[in-house]
Write a protein that binds this ligand. Structure first.
Ligand SMILES: *[C@@H]1O[C@H](CO)[C@@H](O)[C@H](O)[C@H]1NC(C)=O
Ligand SMILES: *[C@@H]1O[C@H](CO)[C@@H](O)[C@H](O)[C@H]1NC(C)=O
Length: 314
């Protein structure tokens, strides 16, 4: 009987040591414990016994089964005989999680390995100077502010508008800069008829529409254009009415000899032939007296000197 008790005591003692080593080797930050950490147990609450200090008498203690998820192991707090909780298995090697600069791996509570990258709170963000009345704005999912936006707590200077007028903030501005008519929504506006594709337009500061403008959401009739051409909307129109050359389509290269230049026929988008360049300085021939420079038909520059033949009738 004594032998069995001694063996049991030894097993308990060794288990306790194994747990101790296992958990002191892993920093508490990367090994979340699901319940209260064991350090909260005051050592003075141990019942007095004859065992070595801090080691309970576990002989004959029957422990309840604590099921642990994969990657977790049972944990026996110091001074206890039975596991009370499951903790991360320190022998588990977590898959490497590469995080971009400014991000750090994050292990959610109750898990043992990092699952995503989160902002590194101590990473210094590039300084973003914002004008008075503006504050830095960090887009959702970003770690650093990317732009300046209106500061809602900024006290805008009062405009002092006359009666019947209210302050107006230009879209994109943070503070009102104009006084506009205080429109009464109960007062009906005169009807203004607009052609298809157009819609009534109310000028800033006015209460009623005064003209028709293009309706940006109106579905214009489709206009098919040949390759190299794009639809063209004439000024004042709302929909394209014809096809014009697409300036972004590159033309095939047309090599022209010196003295020649590329020629684009009316209605074409690309040059189709080389013609004489009227600004080209033809080489001087230096013809003797009585001779003149002669340009052959189709040529751009004179190629020879010919004798001047006077018309006898003159
Ligand atoms: C967080 O950023 C600071 C400052 O750049 C850096 O020293 C630290 O190593 C970063 N933390 C991690 C876990 O990368
Ligand atoms: C603009 O055109 C769309 C599509 O035809 C139409 O639904 C909408 O009512 C028009 N808007 C106005 C103000 O006429």
């Amino acid at each position: 009987m004594y032998k069995i008790s001694a063996i049991l005591l030894m097993v308990c003692f060794l288990l306790s040591i194994v747990n101790h080593i296992a958990f002191s080797a892993e920093p508490i930050t990367t090994t979340p414990i699901l319940t209260d950490p064991p350090t909260t147990y005051p050592p003075t609450t141990y019942p007095p016994n004859t065992d070595p200090p801090g080691e309970p008498n576990c002989i004959g203690v029957e422990c309840p089964v604590i099921p642990c998820d994969p990657g977790f192991i049972q944990y026996i707090p110091p001074g206890e005989c039975c596991p009370t909780t499951c903790v991360c298995d320190p022998s588990t090697v977590c898959p490497l999680l590469g995080c971009e600069p400014g991000y750090v791996p994050y292990t959610p509570p109750g898990q043992c390995c990092p699952t995503k990258c989160v902002c590194n709170a101590t990473f210094p963000c590039p300084l973003l100077g914002c004008a008075p009345g503006y504050i830095q704005y960090t887009a959702p999912g970003d770690c650093c502010p990317s732009k300046c936006v209106c500061d809602p707590s900024y006290p805008c200077p009062l405009l002092g508008c006359p009666p019947g007028y209210i302050q107006y903030t230009v879209p994109g501005d943070c503070c009102p800069s104009q006084c506009v008519k205080d429109c009464d929504p109960q007062t009906p506006c005169p009807l203004i008829g607009c052609a298809p594709g157009y819609e009534p337009y109310t000028a800033p500061g006015e209460c009623c529409p005064s003209k028709c403008v293009c309706n940006a959401t109106y579905p214009c009739p489709l206009i098919g254009c040949a390759p190299g051409y794009i639809p063209y909307t004439a000024p004042g129109d709302c929909c394209p009415s014809k096809c014009v050359c697409d300036p972004t389509t590159p033309c095939p290269l047309l090599g022209c000899a010196p003295g020649y230049m590329q020629y684009t026929a009316p209605g074409d988008c690309c040059p189709s032939k080389c013609i004489c360049d009227p600004y080209y300085q033809c080489p001087l021939l230096g013809c003797a007296p009585g001779y003149v420079a002669y340009t052959a038909p189709g040529a751009c520059c004179p190629s020879k000197c010919v004798l001047v033949v006077y018309d006898k009738k003159q």
